[in-house]
Ligand binder design. Structure first.
Ligand SMILES: *Cc1c(COP(=O)(O)O)cnc(C)c1O
Length: 219
């Protein structure tokens, strides 16, 4: 089955890679299906998409067990803030958590993985704009927190993730995150959304998180 919007996004990813001499298989599309019902997600999975992002544990829990029964190989990423009282559910449900940003949650997840005997991948969310209302570790604490996640908590840290401030030049934040990622020798980099994923690819993103350009406008 063909899904026109998915085809278009994949073509744009491919073109963005060619333009800067990157290999298209080095960039993963994370299809952000938050707020959309199973009926909307199913055609995207049927067209071959396997990596999905959700920002709420409860919502993902209501949708993805159904989709996993229908499609094999689904990889589910949590891209929204996580409370430590949801760590058990998050470890059970997700393959990757992109939004860890404080020791308390890193510790809760490490303990939960032990309990459930399950290993997840992680990204550390960095608040590159130091916005007070936004999740993510503060820039000044980032170095120490990244090291603690690897050494103290033993988490499999793939790389960093950010959501640039709406009113700022995204390129600046992508460069900052890229440089921080490189300084810590992390292999993956999650940045870029519907409005700026091509720019993010030019800045080194390995995971672009695309919602509205793929599923349509959210309510
Ligand atoms: C909603 C969301 C996205 C997708 O945003 P679009 O602009 O719809 O592509 C990406 N990342 C995070 C963390 C989100 O919450």
């Amino acid at each position: 089955m063909v899904h026109a919007a998915l085809t278009s996004i994949n073509q744009r990813i491919s073109a963005a890679c060619s333009k800067v001499g990157r290999i298209v298989s080095d960039v993963s599309l994370v299809a952000v299906s938050k707020t959309f019902e199973v009926e909307h997600i199913r055609p995207v999975a049927a067209a071959g998409q396997r990596v999905f992002g959700e920002n709420r544990v409860q919502e993902a829990k209501a949708k993805f067990p159904i989709l996993r029964q229908e499609f094999s190989g689904i990889e589910l990423h949590l891209i929204g803030p996580l409370q430590s009282n949801k760590a058990a559910e998050a470890v059970a449900l997700f393959d990757c958590i992109q939004s860890i940003d404080r020791p308390k949650i890193a510790d809760a997840l490490a303990k939960e993985m032990q309990k459930q005997n399950k290993v997840l991948d992680y990204f550390i969310q960095v608040n590159t704009g130091d916005e007070t209302q936004k999740a993510g570790v503060a820039l000044v604490e980032a170095d120490r927190f990244i090291e603690a996640c690897v050494k103290d908590f033993g988490l499999n840290i793939m790389g960093l993730m950010c959501i640039p401030p709406l009113d700022d030049d995204a390129a600046k934040h992508f460069k900052l995150l890229h440089d921080l990622n490189k300084a810590h020798k992390l292999p993956k980099l999650s940045m870029g959304m519907s409005a700026d994923f091509e720019l993010a690819i030019a800045s080194g993103a390995t995971h672009v998180r695309v919602g509205s350009a793929l599923f349509g406008k959210r309510d």
